[in-house]
Structure formats: structure tokens, C-alpha cells
Design a protein around this ligand. Sequence first.
Ligand SMILES: Nc1ncnc2c1ncn2[C@@H]1O[C@H](COP(=O)(O)OP(=O)(O)OP(=O)(O)O)[C@@H](O)[C@H]1O
Ligand SMILES: [Mg+2]
Length: 229
Amino acid sequence: MKAPMITCRGLTKTYQKGSTLVTPLEALDLDVPTGQFLALMGPSGSGKTTLLNLLSGIDSPTSGTLEVAGSDISKLTRGQLTQWRARNVGYIFQLYHLVPILTASENVELPLLLDPMSKKERRAKVEAALDLVGLADRMDHRPTELSGGQEQRVAIARALVADPDLLVADEPTGDLDRESATKILELLQALAHEHGKTIVMVTHDPRAADAADRTLHLEKGLLITQPTP
Ligand SMILES: Nc1ncnc2c1ncn2[C@@H]1O[C@H](COP(=O)(O)OP(=O)(O)OP(=O)(O)O)[C@@H](O)[C@H]1O
Ligand SMILES: [Mg+2]
């Protein structure tokens, strides 16, 4: 048995909004085995993005324990968390968030600029990532010269290029037509099943959830079902 990629216990996130406290996540327990493709569903405001932000170290929990990729990330300082994130997590957004003035290969190269590495080594990693998402022939295209589905594949290559074990995706197919969405979902399945990545994907689309190995539902910050993995 491989070690779980994510273990959280009693995970709670509270925000202070003026004089009121908002608790988007309350005492959440969650286990995600390594290599699982997990879909997370739930109504707007149920805490899905909040959970992704905690799992990926963008935000820190108010209480509870959170172990991801072998580290107890609830105990890391902001600086340590930034370093940990760069090595361990790739984030995929609904609206791709590519830099418009950069080419596909320059966008994919961005996460590698944090690490000391030769230009040649960087180039090889960028080419391998773009090849993996099927866009080796679009290296020099800018985002405006790509379709939405291609832009999302560039964004996935950028999330992958530093070879993180965990990918988190917030509605990655939310802005795509059915055909492009299917391609993205097949790519995510291949990343989990052939490349061993653990994927946590938020989605409102039951078809997208069907592509995953397991689906969990969040309701007002609580997981309302958690079948055994
Ligand atoms: N930085 C913040 N400060 C204060 N409240 C926040 C903050 N981030 C999220 N919230 C609140 O936490 C709750 C959950 O938000 P979250 O973004 O996680 O929902 P979501 O499930 O992703 O919704 P959607 O499907 O609309 O994206 C909401 O009530 C939101 O207003
Ligand atoms: Mg959200």
C-alpha cells in the first residue's frame, strides 16, 4: 500500500468578515490515496475552493491537521509553504490564468524559474510537459492564438512541469465545450492512472465527476458522503 497523499483531520477554516465569523470548512476529515483522481462537488459557497486552497498550501487552516505529500503543512511558515508548494503541487484554474504576452512554452517555463537549472534542462522539461498534453506543435503560440481547450492544456503543462505529486483543479472544464472538456478529463485520467499523480478536481458538472475515481460532496463546509476509497 502506498502512503496516502492527503490526510486531514478536524480541518477547520474560519474567516473574520467585519464582526461576523464565516466558517467555510468545519472539522473535515479526508483521506486521499496516492494516485487517486477525486472529484469534489457541492453548491456555491460550500467551501470547495477553500479546501483546494488549504490542500495546496495557498492558505492555512484555522485548526486541525493537514498532511499532504508526507509533510504536515499546517505547521509550515508562509515561506516554507511557498517552497513546499512549488515542489509538490500544480494548480489548474477554470480560466487558465496564462500570461497573455508569453508563448505557450514561456508560460510553461514559469514555475521552473524558481529553481536553479540550466537553460537546456529547463527547455527539455518544458518540451516534455507540452508533449505530454499533446501540444508539442504549439510551443510558440500565444494564448490568443489557441483554443480554450488548448489554453487549458498549456495550463496543465505548466502545473505539471515541476513534476508535482498533487494536482488540484478548480472547475477545469467549466469554461469549455463538451468535446474540449472530454479531452481535458481524459488527460487528467491519464495523469492519475499512468503517471501516478493524485488529482483533486472541483466540478459542478456530473459528467466531469464521472471521469474521476471517486466523488465527494461538500455541503456548508461539511463532507456529506465519504465512501471508502
Ligand atoms: N478570503 C475570504 N474571506 C472571507 N470569507 C471567505 C474568503 N474566502 C471564502 N470565503 C467564504 O467562504 C465560503 C466558501 O467559499 P468558497 O470559495 O470555498 O466556495 P465554493 O464552494 O468554492 O463556491 P463556488 O462554487 O461558488 O466557487 C463563502 O461563504 C465565502 O464567502
Ligand atoms: Mg469555488
